[in-house]
Design a protein around this ligand. Structure first.
Ligand code: ATP
Length: 342
């Protein structure tokens, strides 16, 4: 990372994280449960989020994504390191975070007793809006997310996806310059998900809102994110645009084969391919060099292999392939720091 700090660089930045460390203490053994060792959930994390950027945090379960965002929001105190939000030191002044950002965590229990409309209105009021303005903001966001019909229902009586959507509505009112959204679309149907992404994108386009997004959904991430940091075991193992990350996995292509009943393993070259395939039921996924992919396509589109084939698809690498490739490397001993680019 280039360490030369200039006023222009500082002004262009929404979030600065430098050398962030957070460990959870070991848990003592209780009867019937073994002791748990200490966990270093943030292990010297450094990253920048630029103003107006949609920045993603991607990583497997337990990678440290929520721990990181909770430190950014002032809810969790780091053991060491710097967190600046729009120029404010939120390690020293955690109370300032609430004025700078809207945070949608994984739990929503704080709003559960309220109706959808009151949750949005109350949040807008807590963020400093006058009553009339808060009501206008409430109505706008409920219309934007298609929540009008549910406006009078308490959150605790909604389905999981509906409740999540209502929580997104509350996160979006009150015009915070930074949105920190931890898995916002969990449990939502495609229609609701689209509404959320459109609303997020609109705020960025119209108001220059910066968005920090925790997600597992790499397909969604790929279309939404300007840059993404991949976390693993508390460390940033890669940080780049989706395109830049994809370029790092080289020119491999993905070949997906779906067999009618079972793969014709009696064909020796198919049996050889099986050794390189990830298999899920009747579906095989292969990552191959372009020349190998051409040969494999020729092989499966002739003779007995073709007779056994139901469908096939050839695709350039997706962010999901990158994720798998990086994850594989991250479990080795060498880490993947060489991939970090800011
Ligand atoms: N309150 C806690 N006490 C002890 N350990 C914790 C606590 N919260 C999280 N951890 C541990 O810290 C690590 C990081 O957890 P974290 O919740 O930040 O991961 P995550 O990337 O958000 O995971 P997920 O995708 O499952 O939400 C994990 O090993 C987890 O078990």
């Amino acid at each position: 990372m280039d360490s030369v700090e200039t006023p222009a660089r500082a002004a262009a930045r929404a979030v600065r994280v430098e050398g962030l460390v957070k460990s959870y203490p070991p848990a003592r053994a209780r009867r019937g449960t073994p002791a748990a060792p200490a966990v270093r959930a943030s292990d010297a994390i450094s990253l920048d989020v630029r103003r107006g950027e949609i920045f993603g945090l991607l990583g497997p379960n337990g990678a440290g994504k929520s721990t990181l965002v909770r430190q950014l929001t002032g809810l969790l105190r780091p053991d060491a390191g710097t967190v600046e939000i729009l120029g404010h030191d939120v390690v020293r002044h955690p109370e300032r975070a609430a004025r700078l950002l809207a945070y949608l965590g994984q739990e929503s229990s704080a709003l559960d007793e309220l109706t959808v409309a009151l949750a949005a209105e109350t949040t807008a009021r807590l963020r400093g809006m006058e009553t009339a303005a808060a009501r206008t903001a409430r109505d706008e966001v409920l219309a934007e997310l298609g929540l009008e019909e549910l406006a009078g229902r308490p959150l605790k009586k909604l389905s999981g996806g509906q409740r999540r959507l209502a929580c997104v509505a509350s996160a979006l009112v009150g015009d915070r310059p930074l949105l920190v959204l931890d898995e916002p679309t969990t449990g939502m149907d495609p229609h609701a998900r689209r509404a959320v992404w459109a609303a997020v994108d609109r705020r960025r386009a119209e108001r220059g809102t910066t968005v920090l997004l925790v997600t597992h959904n790499v397909i969604e991430a790929e279309t939404m994110l300007d840059r993404v940091a991949v976390l693993d075991r508390g460390r940033v193992i890669a940080c780049d645009s989706p395109g830049g990350l994809k370029a790092q996995v080289g020119d491999e292509v993905r070949l997906e084969l779906v067999w009618r009943e079972r793969a014709p393993l009696d064909v020796p070259r198919i049996a050889a391919l099986a050794a390189r395939a990830g298999a899920t039921g009747r579906r095989w996924t292969l990552r191959l060099a372009p020349e190998e992919a051409r040969e494999a396509v020729a092989l499966v589109t002739e003779g007995p292999a073709f007779a056994a084939l139901d469908d096939f698809r050839l695709a350039t690498p997706s962010l999901e392939d990158v994720y798998v490739a990086l994850g594989g490397r991250a479990f080795g001993t060498d880490g993947a720091e060489g991939l970090v680019k800011t």
